[in-house]
Ligand binder design. Structure first.
Ligand SMILES: NC(=O)c1ccc[n+]([C@@H]2O[C@H](COP(=O)([O-])OP(=O)(O)OC[C@H]3O[C@@H](n4cnc5c(N)ncnc54)[C@H](OP(=O)(O)O)[C@@H]3O)[C@@H](O)[C@H]2O)c1
Length: 276
């Protein structure tokens, strides 16, 4: 009888995945989903040089990781260009690259709440900075091969009242990432759009809400484990959580005006209240 080949466990595969890169660049690893991804990078035992771009530095890292924090406000294009200049001087010249576009934030309320400046900054961080950073690294990614993982959202699958601008930014990066994957494959660069539903992070407080108690949801650890498994397998779209996969399946197939109208009623009824 033929012996079954031993299968690598998911954790081992994720560790091997991180070990396959010489350079890993992440945005927003100071908190939430990004911090969890950074922990998994650290635990993998990778020898890669790891860089984080965000306004505050991640805390609690051990010395085993070759890690550099580059302070950057991604809403400022000049800041981003300056930091990428520093990054290009510091990063190793050869070997596969992983870029994780994770930084982002949201808002909740009737348009244009909370205000124009918040919405424009959100568009800058969630959309412009993602395209800008990826563009600055794209030639290098194509030369060396690798992956661009972008944290989109379940909200990117349908027009979402009360989160109109946020959901539209996520629809942009979702479509952009999937299209870029089609182009990048020929050059050895795969692109993965990660689409979480509600995850318990600082995101909700930053959006002016209490924790997403009415939405159920995942912990960062649950979300990131599924996201990384999708990245290992270079899935163009990774929706984390089976309930979210079901929601995305339907919302992508129903008429957009219908999902928006139903979504409006559902979101109003959910227990997600603005901060007192
Ligand atoms: N939590 C959810 O329910 C959920 C669901 C779907 C998608 N997402 C997406 O997941 C990603 C991570 O969010 P999270 O839930 O982990 O929230 P989080 O805990 O609030 O983390 C957001 C991260 O983005 C960074 N960031 C925000 N503004 C920035 C700026 N101007 N420049 C540079 N970095 C900035 C923050 O770093 P600094 O403050 O240090 O700059 C922080 O590390 C976001 O793209 C979000 O849209 C979240």
């Amino acid at each position: 009888m033929a012996k079954a080949l031993p299968t690598m466990s998911r954790t081992t595969s994720i560790n091997e995945f991180f070990k396959s890169f010489s350079c890993i660049i992440i945005t927003g690893a100071s908190s939430g989903i990004g911090r969890e991804i950074l922990s998994r990078i650290e635990n993998s035992g990778t020898a890669a040089q790891v860089f984080n771009l965000s306004r505050t530095a991640p805390t609690g890292l051990t010395n085993t990781l070759k890690f550099t924090h580059l302070t950057c406000d991604l809403s400022q294009a000049t800041d981003l260009e300056k930091v990428v200049g520093e990054l290009q001087k510091l990063m190793p010249r050869e070997g596969r690259m992983l870029l994780v576009n994770n930084s982002g934030f949201g808002s909740y309320g009737e348009f244009p709440a909370p205000d124009l400046s918040h919405n424009l900054k959100m568009m800058d961080v969630n959309v412009r900075a993602v395209v800008h950073l990826t563009t600055l690294l794209w030639d290098e990614l194509k030369r060396r091969g690798g992956q661009v993982a972008t944290v989109a959202s379940l909200a990117g699958f349908q027009p979402t009242p009360l989160m109109t601008v946020y959901a539209a930014t996520k629809a942009f990066v979702l479509h952009w990432s999937v299209a870029l994957d089609a182009e990048g494959r020929a050059h050895g660069v795969r692109c993965v759009a990660i689409c979480p539903g509600p995850v318990s992070t600082n995101f909700w407080r930053a959006a002016g809400l209490k924790a997403p108690t009415g939405l159920g949801g995942q912990t960062s650890a649950e979300c990131v484990d599924e996201a990384l498994w999708g990245m290992v397998r270079s899935r163009p779209i990774v929706i984390t959580g089976w309930k979210n996969r079901l929601l995305a399946f339907w919302s992508a197939r129903l008429p957009k005006s219908w999902t928006a109208a139903v979504g409006y009623k559902v979101i109003q009824k959910l227990r997600i209240h603005p901060k007192a």
